[in-house]
Design a protein around this ligand. Structure first.
Ligand SMILES: Cc1cc2nc3c(=O)[nH]c(=O)nc-3n(C[C@H](O)[C@H](O)[C@H](O)COP(=O)(O)O)c2cc1C
Length: 145
């Protein structure tokens, strides 16, 4: 199977709660696993940054569904590219939530010259690396509990 990676940015509609976002991510991890899709979802200050990786058809089909989802808006495709390997192997859809972008400044500054959180200023590789960094931090915190 040829592997593809899709990266996009979007904004939550007004009134979407953290519980709503958690529920999206929980359902997503079940469906993504069944589609052999891996990836990560960052939610911060009402902004989403998501990476999806898997076969070309499942990823395209899922993104078509996500585009129709009324719980977010201003959806911007950042990258859709063929890749050699998964960056999120073993993560069906891991959610990372930060109340404010100040919480991830050490990771973000590695990829952006500007501290204000604007995923559209990053290229696809930087988005993937940034999100992976955040997931690694989450894994470290969880495993040290
Ligand atoms: C920001 C955002 C990210 C989402 N990510 C996924 C995802 O990775 N996988 C998924 O199955 N659904 C995801 N969804 C939900 C889908 O839009 C859709 O509701 C879900 O796939 C169920 O679709 P279905 O009822 O047609 O199977 C996401 C929704 C939003 C708003």
């Amino acid at each position: 199977m040829q592997l593809y990676r899709l990266v996009y940015y979007s904004e939550a509609i007004d009134g979407l709660s953290l519980q709503d976002v958690k529920s999206i991510a929980e359902k997503a991890s079940v469906k993504n696993a069944s589609l052999f899709i891996s990836g990560g979802l960052l939610y911060c200050e009402g902004k989403f940054l998501q990476v999806l990786e898997g076969g070309i058809h499942p990823v395209n089909k899922l993104f078509a569904t996500i585009l129709q989802d009324k719980r977010h808006k201003n959806i911007n495709l950042i990258e859709f590219a063929r890749v050699k390997r998964r960056a999120f192997e073993g993560w069906e859809m891991s959610l990372v939530f930060f109340p404010t972008s100040r919480d991830f400044q050490p990771e973000y500054i590695k990829y952006s010259g500007d501290l204000s959180f604007d995923p559209l200023s990053l290229d696809g590789d930087s988005c993937v690396e940034f999100l992976r960094n955040l997931l690694e931090r989450k894994r470290t915190v969880l495993s040290s509990r």
